[in-house]
Ligand binder design. Sequence first.
Ligand code: 13P
Length: 259
Amino acid sequence: MRKYLFVGNWKMHKTLRETEEYLGIFLDKLGDFKILDREIIIAPPFTSLALAAKLLKKTPLKLAAQNACWEERGAFTGEISPVMLKEVEVRYVILGHSERRHLFGETDEIIAKRVFGVYKFGLIPILCVGETLEERKAGKTLEVVERQLREDLKYLQEIKGEDLVIAYEPVWAIGTGINATPFQAEEVQSFIRKKLSEIYSFEVAKKVRILYGGSVTPENIEELMKEPNIDGVLVGGASLEAEKFFKICISQIKKGEPR
Ligand code: 13P
């Protein structure tokens, strides 16, 4: 019922030349592959978006941005507006990524404004939430995730469900080679869906896609995707090589029973 979502977050990687080379390889591999049950999304740096939009025209791949402002225009040095992103065919925006929160000090208030802002202009927010290792060790995982959800979604009151994506990215799993086990991810992701049904409704929560992110590889993707509340993945390091990301994107999906 929910269309699977495979998102490659390139972070601060790839020049224009590298973008062109990567997409050439990826599209070549994709060929006539049927990907009807899933969406594949690339989130390159801002500077590569216009080129990527041109290269991805008439292909099933879609584009995400890695951040966005809440205003259409104005004195916001260093920011990019949702309207500018729409001009280069962007459909999704990653927001509240742990690197934005922890390296650049973005607060839940700022993230909440971004989430509502991009939504208002017709883009789909991919809101990232997740606990640090200290928070997990202190048994605070669910508390932290609930707080982030409630605060970051507070301005987003009326949604349909298909128009929001949540990514559970435990900070300790990002770029470390230590992924959350499918059990750990499912535990938090089923909790996220429960909270979404409290914040919105059961009907809406059923339609929101919840991704897992943190050291996803071609080796662990199939185990992770068995979980009923893992609707896709947000991939960093392993999305930087076209062949690797392709393997992830075409993986077999066999859903298991709810735990
Ligand atoms: P890695 O896949 O490199 O762990 O990064 C995850 C991530 O932060 C995706 O947004």
